[in-house]
Design a protein around this ligand. Structure first.
Ligand code: HEC
Length: 196
């Protein structure tokens, strides 16, 4: 009898564990795009960022970083982006890109989804045109490869000039592009901000 009860208890525990470990289903690209629009309308800036801060390429000469309340709450509670060790399920961060004339050139987003991509911290990566056409979606290797530079802070960079990519890493990822002059200037002014 006792054994039967124990068996029953362990079956329930096993079932509950299976439910909690199950991956959160990924939203469809358009559903995520809608979430991004909500943040854009609310001008929900990521903590520590400023609107139209300098980006590194001519296609993102200016950037606007957005975050949903779950992501900003994690940053606030940890007292800074560089101190966040893990973002909660549902955290959403967005980078809007603008050219030198502040015309929109693209939107990237990363959404935390429990169990989605355990090898790479469970981020769904997305890139869209300004009109919302999907350019990349899912476990996107190029996005992940660069964002692992800040794996200590769960793949989220602090915005420039707080953290900057080294010229070597930048060139490895964007061999055919020219670095934005303002970003090159930041690298000269803030050598200690380069992430290693
Ligand atoms: C060569 C490196 C590199 C690549 C490749 C890259 N990123 Fe980033 N990303 C950065 C840096 C550096 C920042 C910080 C700049 C800022 O906050 O404006 C950033 C910022 C972001 C942010 C804002 C949150 C944060 O980390 O500050 C999002 C969202 C984002 N990237 C998504 C993507 C997606 C999606 C892709 C792939 C389509 C991608 N990134 C490719 C380097 C990269």
């Amino acid at each position: 009898m006792r054994n039967l009860v124990l068996l029953g208890v362990s079956a329930v525990v096993a079932a509950l564990t299976a439910v909690s470990l199950a991956a959160t289903p990924a939203p469809r690209p358009m559903a995520l795009w809608q979430k991004v629009q909500v943040l854009r309308k609310a001008q929900a800036l990521m903590l520590e960022s400023t609107a139209y801060q300098p980006g590194s390429r001519t296609v993102d000469a200016y950037t606007v970083d957005l975050a949903n309340p779950l992501a900003n709450e994690a940053i606030r509670k940890s007292r800074g982006i560089t101190k966040v060790r893990r973002y909660p399920n549902g955290a959403l961060l967005v980078k809007e890109n603008f050219n030198g004339h502040r015309r929109a050139t693209g939107v990237t987003a990363m959404l935390k989804l429990s169990g989605y991509d355990q090898a790479d911290r469970n981020w769904l990566m997305a890139a869209y045109t300004p009109a919302g056409r999907v350019l990349a979606y899912g476990k996107v290797p190029a996005c992940i490869a660069c964002h692992t530079v800040v794996s200590k802070q769960d793949f989220v960079f602090a915005p420039p000039p707080k953290q900057l990519l080294s010229l070597a890493i930048w060139k490895a990822f964007f061999p055919k592009q020219t670095i934005a002059p303002a970003y090159a200037q930041l690298l000269r002014w803030h050598p200690a901000a380069v992430v290693r």
